[in-house]
Design a protein around this ligand. Structure first.
Ligand code: GLA
Ligand code: ZN
Length: 678
């Protein structure tokens, strides 16, 4: 049985090995001023720890760990395997990846190891073995941080051979494989396993990596294989640590918006806690980060760690304006509001050199504490110290769920189809935003999750319906569940072969429709959509416009197209199926058009809003031990009133222990608490 985190961690990546040792005490004293209680160390120290193969030097790390332990810091100890030392590339060139263009990498950068290299695997295992043996008994270590931000793909010969093995396990026979990839097209029939090539730019893929392929079955399988191979690598380290320490949580840090290359649902079960690195772009609306936090929480249906974030700017986005006064606090607490139980930064001390010297940090180049950024970090530290006990381990109950699936992500973006604009995440966000704006909590879940606990499942662009999923959705709706899905759904099986008999294949009966053909809008073009209950007002549809026929007497048209040669035909359909209901939206409706549908769905499914008064504040709810916390976030640089409804609901502000403020300043966050009544 693994332990949980002992407390809310406040801290982040710290690289004392980059600094003179007599700085360490000063650094720690500064951290303490900000109530920082944790440090993530040893993320990129392989060259320090092992200057030559099997020659280990842990003396400096010993001293760092000793120093932090004495200061009673909670240590997140990383394994250092994400950046390989130069000698390793020289001695064993196969440790380096071969990229999508077919080029073997040389020493440099990081995150560029090949998951199939037996040399890399052996060397990584050896290092982790030494580390785990040495530090397993240190009670200040609260988590093991394996590697760093896994992602990307390798296309080397070792990976090709490992892929062939993986395929043999999956398909057993070449007949099965040829059928799955529909290899009769373009003379692709495979007669021997060793003929199988990796889908890089020299083979069956084209364009930028992950965008185009001749054989989607092959390319999607390759991404599944790479995700599995990386997971195997992660588990190699994890098992090695567990030989010495089977109690402290082990995890790696997830990332991206989200990261496309790793199937995080497949990885979640091997993470003791989900950890996420969050770097919202300066021009990104707040709901996008909220979506990613809900996705992370949904991976294990548990609170997660905000493992990295920036206390001020980053150095790698095209532009990084300063966070406005109080903005940093709001963006960090937004993660907490969605289920984070830690707030950790990259990084605690700003480097003098290397590529990240202009990346923000708690201790900046000025090395002063009277800076705006440090004062804000300290303020947040004080607040978390006060509030942490109330929110740690608290759940976020949700009765609606949005489905997000990595195989679907890959296959959908590979579609060589009638528009080049198929991007999965923005289409999911269209739907997430609707619930966010209504202050309706949602979980973001995978296709293997239990649907029955939800009143509504929203599965936009569920292009790929894997084996058994059609039946699962059907049973869910039959039994009284509600389903909302869209254009480009139910089209292919898990190998990307089309379901015959009309789209949306296995979902057709549930939805009471079939789609005859689909129009693609061209840049600048929109198609009008009007609702039956208000036909004079029209909304815009774009991207794809399905030509829908009803097949069930219970199906009702909610909206029709109002322009083009298909004006008057259904655009949005509602159907009753068994004890439940299903909605199909045949085009990418603009925000206000989609709002019309969501209003109806929310009403029919009786989903509760956390606040019924109109507000553009972000509101979430965490519950624990009969207490409920409302996080009310003003994610704007303008003041906003606290809804009267919340002012009068018997809350107290957990930071001031007083009644909530009537007005939220720009980027203000109120954490309100009350005892639950039901
Ligand atoms: C990632 C990495 C860190 C650091 C930060 C900078 O999240 O994990 O090592 O490079 O980005 O934002
Ligand atoms: Zn490889």
């Amino acid at each position: 049985m693994k332990k949980g985190l002992p407390t809310v961690l406040y801290g982040g990546d710290y690289n004392p090995d980059q600094w003179p040792e007599n700085d360490w005490d000063k650094d720690i004293a500064v951290f303490k001023q900000a109530d920082i209680n944790s440090a993530t160390i040893n993320v990129f120290s392989w060259a320090l720890l092992e200057p030559r193969e099997c020659e280990y030097h842990f003396e400096k790390l010993d001293r760092i760990i000793e120093k932090l332990s004495q200061a009673d810091f909670k240590i997140v100890l990383a394994t250092s395997t994400a950046a390989m030392p130069a000698w390793m590339f020289k001695k064993y060139p196969d440790v380096a990846r071969v990229d999508y263009q077919g080029r073997r990498h040389v020493f440099g950068q990081r995150h560029n190891f090949c998951p199939s290299s037996t040399n890399y695997r052996r060397l990584a295992k050896n290092l982790v073995d030494q580390l785990a043996k040495r530090y397993a008994d240190n009670s200040h270590i609260v988590a093991w941080h394996v590697n760093n931000e896994y992602g990307g793909n390798c296309y080397c010969e070792n990976c090709r051979l490992a892929f062939q093995k993986w395929l043999k396990q999956r398909y057993q026979t070449l007949d099965n494989l040829n059928r799955a990839w529909d290899n009769s097209v373009w003379s692709h029939t495979i007669y021997d396993w060793d003929e199988i090539q990796v889908p890089n730019e020299l083979g069956d893929a084209w364009g930028a990596e992950g965008t185009h392929t001749i054989v989607a079955g092959l390319s999607v399988d390759y991404l599944r294989f790479q995700s599995d191979a990386m997971l195997d690598l992660y588990n190699l380290e994890k098992r090695t640590i567990e030989e010495y320490d089977d109690q402290t949580p082990i995890l790696t840090n997830f990332h991206g918006t989200p990261n496309k290359w790793i199937d995080y649902h497949a990885w979640a079960k091997d993470q003791d806690i989900i950890a996420y690195d969050s770097y919202p772009a300066y021009d990104e609306p707040a709901y996008e980060a909220a979506f990613r936090y809900d996705l992370m929480r949904g991976l294990k249906h548990q609170p997660f760690m905000l493992m990295e974030s920036t206390p001020s700017q980053v150095n790698w986005q095209p532009y990084s304006p300063l966070k406005r006064p109080n903005q940093m606090r709001a963006t960090e607490l937004q993660a907490v509001a969605h289920g984070a139980d830690t707030v950790q930064y990259f990084q605690l001390k700003q480097a003098v050199g290397g590529s990240e010297k202009f990346h923000g940090a708690v201790i900046s180049h000025s090395q002063r504490t009277d800076t705006r950024a440090f004062q804000e970090v300290a303020q947040l530290g004080h607040d978390l110290k006060k509030a942490g006990r109330a929110f740690k381990d608290a759940a976020i109950p949700a009765k609606a769920a949005i489905v997000f699936d990595w195989s679907n992500f890959w296959a959908f973006e590979y579609v060589a189809g009638i528009t080049q604009d198929l991007k999965y995440v923005p289409l999911i966000l269209d739907y997430y935003k609707q619930f966010y704006e209504r202050q309706i909590p949602v979980d973001v879940i995978g296709t293997d999750d239990d649907f029955s606990q939800y009143d509504l499942i929203v599965a936009p662009v569920l292009y790929m319906v894997k084996k058994g999923l059609g039946e699962k959705i059907s049973a869910y709706v039959q039994n009284g569940g509600q389903l909302l899905t869209t254009y480009a759904s139910g089209m292919v099986d898990e190998s990307d072969n089309v379901y015959l008999g009309g789209y949306p294949g296995p979902l057709s009966e549930i939805l009471g429709i079939w789609v005859e053909e689909t129009d693609a809008t061209v840049p600048g073009q929109t198609v009008q959509v009007a609702f039956e209950n208000n036909p004079k007002v029209s909304f815009n549809g774009r991207l794809l416009c399905d030509q829908i026929h009803l097949t069930s007497s219970k199906a009702r048209v909610l909206a029709h197209y109002a322009s083009e040669f298909y004006a008057g035909t259904p655009a949005v359909v509602e159907n009753s199926f068994g004890k439940g209901q299903a909605w199909y939206i045949g085009t990418r409706l603009d925000h206000d058009g989609l709002s019309q549908v969501i209003d109806r769905v929310v009403e029919k499914t009786d989903l509760k809003r956390l606040c019924t008064e109109k507000t553009d504040l972000e509101i979430t709810r965490r519950v624990r031990n009969g207490q409920e916390l409302y996080f009310v976030l003003n994610m704007r640089n303008e003041a906003r009133p606290l809804p009267v409804e919340l002012q009068q609901a018997g809350f107290i502000d957990i930071l001031t222990q007083a009644a909530p403020k009537a007005q939220l300043k720009p980027w203000d966050v109120e954490i309100l608490k009350r005892t639950m009544t039901d």
